[in-house]
Design a protein around this ligand. Structure first.
Ligand code: FEO
Length: 407
């Protein structure tokens, strides 16, 4: 399917809509994805990024709908992750005369992934610019947003920022702009994207946003999903919240249960929290997925995390969820662990150790029940839920979260 959308006069989206992808290195892309590539027609034409390797011919066909390939002088590589760079071998095969504009780290990435013999590469850094004739490409390195090689490209004549993965969403649509799609859907996908891809690099995102604030921007064209032209203030506000890991008055009870005892405890904790002025959410890990759990964590101030005991350890689905959350490094959260055990202990204790490793504030000792929680234990769970809700309110109120359309 050849698709074309003009972003502004002479600048076209020439990427690929991946409608059916549902697994992006483990991230559940329930609404598909796009790999955005852009063509700038000028005296010297430039391509901004390629697409995922299998779709390189679609990209080239889209480009040829506008210009002869011999007119492409530059191919910008804003980021070397294969969802954007694995199209390079096919592209460079038909554009042997083109020069790749890439950061120093990006050059290393391309050399590591591909046989780059014969490719012309010009290393660019923050402050460098390349003239296309009527327009200029300005480069802004954004290391660790979200790879060491990441950079953005700005076209001042159009007030257009090619923002790479930042501000992206995994979202497939036949419409390319934010105002042509339901805003709550694309904001929700932007949140999911941030939570699962960008969370560990919040400090770097803050620096990037400070640098981008110096630019006049009317259009933000990311490498995934829709292009922002109407709702730029909303996505920038969201990124301020997310980059600083600001939380709302929201509490999660996340658990995995073997025979229903830990589930009963989870229910009671959630009931206790629901009496307070917080949004409380109960998440059974096996009825959810890691992508959703991380997304819910992005604006949650507190979490009660539970697991039954299996072979003196927590249950494997609980371990997977905690390993994933630990790597994402959500900061300034309160937590406690809970769960059941039988003749051998270990499940809830192992959860507690992981909560400590996440560097979250533990609000109480591990809450445990032998075989099955009795009424006393369930009352204790309700009280612990209420206490955690109080803590969640305290953290959220201090965080200064800016309300969003999707809250
Ligand atoms: Fe969309 Fe980091 O690649």
């Amino acid at each position: 399917m050849a698709m074309d959308t003009q972003i502004c006069n002479g600048i076209h989206w020439v990427g690929y809509v991946d409608w059916t992808v549902r697994d992006f290195h483990g991230y559940n892309t329930n609404r598909g994805a796009t790999y955005n590539s852009y063509l700038i027609e000028d005296e010297q034409c430039a391509l901004i990024d390629t697409v995922k390797g299998p779709y390189a011919q679609h990209l080239l066909a889209n480009v040829q709908g506008h210009v002869d390939l011999s007119r492409i002088k530059y191919v910008v590589c804003n980021h070397g992750e294969p969802d954007h760079s694995s199209g390079f071998p096919a592209v460079m095969k038909v554009l042997p005369h083109a020069t790749i504009l890439v950061s120093a780290k990006g050059q290393q990435t391309l050399n590591a992934y591909y046989d780059t013999d014969g490719w012309n590469m010009q290393v660019v850094k923050t402050g460098d610019s390349v003239s296309l004739g009527n327009r200029t490409l300005h480069f802004l390195e954004t290391p660790m947003v979200h790879w060491p090689d990441s950079m953005m490209t700005y076209v001042p004549q159009e007030k257009l920022l090619f923002s790479m993965d930042a501000f992206g969403q995994h979202y497939s649509s036949s419409y390319r702009f934010d105002d042509e799609n339901p805003i709550t859907e694309i904001m929700a996908e932007a949140r999911t994207y941030y939570a699962n891809i960008v969370t560990p690099y919040g400090g770097r995102v803050v620096k990037t946003m400070e640098a981008a604030a110096q630019l006049e921007i009317e259009v933000i064209a990311p490498s995934h999903g829709v292009i922002w032209r109407k709702h730029i203030p909303e996505i920038l506000k969201a990124y301020r919240n997310w980059a600083l890991c600001k939380s709302r008055r929201k509490l999660l009870v996340i658990y995995d249960s073997m025979w229903g005892s830990t589930a009963q405890m989870a229910q009671a904790i959630c009931e206790g929290a629901m009496g307070a002025n917080v949004e409380a959410k109960l998440i059974a890990i096996r009825q959810s997925d890691l992508t959703n759990i991380a997304t819910e964590m992005l604006d949650a101030a507190a979490v009660a995390f539970g697991s039954s005991t299996l072979n003196q350890e927590m249950l494997p689905p609980a371990a997977a969820a905690l390993t994933y959350l630990k790597g994402l490094r959500f900061t300034n959260r309160a937590a406690f662990s809970f769960g059941s055990f039988g003749w051998g202990k270990g499940g809830p204790e192992a959860v507690g150790e992981m909560l400590k490793a996440c560097k979250w504030e533990l609000t109480r000792e591990c809450l445990k029940a032998k075989y099955k929680p009795n009424q006393v234990a369930l009352d204790e769970c309700r009280a612990a839920g209420a206490e955690l809700a109080t803590k969640a309110i305290e953290i959220a109120d201090a965080a200064g979260y800016e309300p969003l359309l999707i809250d």
